[in-house]
Design a protein around this ligand. Structure first.
Ligand code: ADP
Length: 503
């Protein structure tokens, strides 16, 4: 691979933290002939130039993962678990550095990274390491079948699958990456991680941390680059045994097509257009809080309940309180403790978000709150926005905006609420505010969604399944489901007799 003549471009200094911007392949740093700029959404400045990987780097990374696989797969589980805990220790030790680099790179709140996200990154490793002993084997003894069948032991084991390609998005970069990296490594697989080009930095730090923790070379590889430029060669590679992807539906389709010739198994965590159903019997303050919470991370959350569906009889009271509360949200520099909403990741996203709002308004929507960028903070800071008078079949109700834009529609009864809630092509999540537990039972049974929250939002036990229905995804991750995906299950059927050395 050609080396960059100027080695200085390979290191970025982010708030004093050194970040190597080259790939990490087979336990060493590798440059590319080309680089691309990485911008900070805080002020639009260029933070670093990142190695721009392509087919050569894809091939090298998969080859490194393939070469490292037999050794890592044969490493005893207790030793794999020990190294995963050591990675978690490293994350905790460098927590402040990871938090500031992530905030500078993707604009999400520093206080969330410090207190919620980075501790969760460490937990992702500990959680899957601690589950390894339970991931053993299961035995079944046949009692029925033909005369020869009784007494046969079926011994089922969860075996490592091989090199995994993990492709992750920019909205919660290290959290979502490690949610896949940790179970894949714990299961005994090797990994090629491709972080998003708009937030590539913390993945590079993770490579350092993993190496310091003693993860052998080639077990975790990190490649940088622009989507398809490197992605197609990763996802179409015949040596890749699993593809884990979190991102957009359009990219998921392309990845599925690229993986199709090899029938490589995919786990796809995609977008959503999730509803928040507010019934007249709900605690109104709680419902308003749940609605305002949807502006977290400037709305750049796949799970966000972006469609507020409110019972008509309380719609005015709800809207009034919502507007009062949303008006108190402080938008600004995500590094400041008092900030509630930071910037949007990239100027291209701002254009996209504003396009949705402008087209909605042209189609008759009313802007109740927000709309457009913040006058003082500038173009990258899109204001929290609420639209009403939107038709169910309109673009802004049906398509994922992925920004701080909510729509509000009303319903007259439970049947209409459920109909509106389910009437999109997505099925990631749904949230319900109601004071009636029978209603909660009825409605949650009818909602099409991978996760349904009742009078709460975003909390989840890591042992529970996570994923979406319809266009929101394929498969489930979390707890045992992650291991089911990242393992090859094998059934060994042993006859009751036939061995000479029994006894
Ligand atoms: P968004 O549109 O929200 O940026 P994407 O789905 O395009 O989301 O991006 C998620 C991840 O998918 C990023 O890491 C991106 O580089 C990667 N990606 C984009 N296109 C491809 C592709 N054709 N093959 C593999 N990865 C891709």
């Amino acid at each position: 691979m050609p080396q960059q003549p100027d080695s200085a471009v390979h290191e970025a200094r982010i708030a004093g933290v050194a970040v190597d911007t080259r790939h990490w392949i087979g336990g060493r740093r590798v440059a590319s002939a080309d680089t691309f700029p990485d911008l900070s959404p805080i002020d639009g400045s260029t933070l670093a130039r990142i190695a721009r990987g392509g087919p050569t780097e894809a091939e090298a990374a998969v080859a490194a993962a393939k070469a490292a696989f037999p050794g890592w797969a044969a490493t005893p589980r207790a030793e794999r678990a020990r190294i995963l805990h050591a990675i978690a220790d490293g994350v905790e030790k460098r927590l402040e550095e990871l938090a500031i680099v992530e905030t500078t790179d993707n604009g999400a709140l520093l206080r969330s990274h410090r207190r919620g996200v980075m501790p969760r990154v460490a937990r992702n490793f500990r959680f899957f390491a601690d589950r390894l002993p339970a991931l053993g084997h299961e035995d079944f003894t046949t009692h029925t079948g033909g005369p020869a069948a009784p007494g046969h032991t079926n011994h089922v084991s969860w075996d490592p699958a091989g090199p995994c390609v993990l492709i992750t998005p920019w909205n919660a970069p290290l959290m979502l990456a490690t949610w896949k990296v940790a179970p894949a490594l714990a299961a005994g697989n090797t990994v090629v991680l491709k972080p998003a080009e708009w937030s590539p930095l913390t993945a590079s730090l993770l490579a350092d941390i993993a190496a310091e923790a003693g993860l052998p070379p080639g077990v975790l590889n990190v490649v940088q680059g622009h989507g398809a430029e490197i992605g197609d060669d990763l996802t179409s590679h015949p040596d890749v045994r699993r593809i884990g992807f979190t991102g957009s539906v359009a990219t998921a389709r392309r990845i599925a097509a690229s993986a199709a010739p090899n029938l490589t198994p995919l786990s796809l965590e995609l977008g959503g257009k999730s509803p928040l159903l507010v019934f007249a019997d709900a605690d109104l303050e709680l419902a308003v809080d749940l609605a305002v919470e949807q502006f977290d991370n400037a709305g750049q959350v796949c799970l966000a309940a972006t469609r507020l569906l409110v019972e008509e009889s309380i719609a005015d009271a709800f809207t009034e309180r919502f507007v009062a509360k949303a008006a108190r949200l402080r938008q600004g520099d995500p590094r400041e403790e008092a900030t509630d909403i930071g910037p949007t990741i990239h100027p291209r996203q701002i254009e996209r978000i504003d396009g949705f709002v402008r087209r909605a308004v042209a189609a008759g929507a009313r802007v109740v709150f927000g709309g457009g960028s913040h006058a003082r903070l500038g173009g990258l800071y899109y204001r929290p926005t609420l639209l009403t008078d939107v038709a169910q079949d309109s673009e802004v109700v049906q398509e994922e905006v992925f920004g701080p834009v909510l729509t509000l529609q009303t319903f007259v009864d439970e049947a209409e609420a459920v109909h509106l809630a389910n009437d999109t092509r997505f099925g990631l999540a749904a949230t319900l505010a109601t004071g009636d537990h029978r209603r909660a039972e009825r409605v949650t049974a009818q909602l099409v969604a991978g996760t349904v929250w009742v009078n709460c939002f975003f909390v989840r036990d890591l042992r529970a399944p996570f994923g979406g229905s319809r266009l929101s995804g394929v498969g489930r991750e979390g707890g045992a489901w992650s291991f089911d995906f990242y393992c090859d299950l094998k059934n060994r059927v042993l006859a009751p007799k036939g061995f000479h050395d029994h006894g």
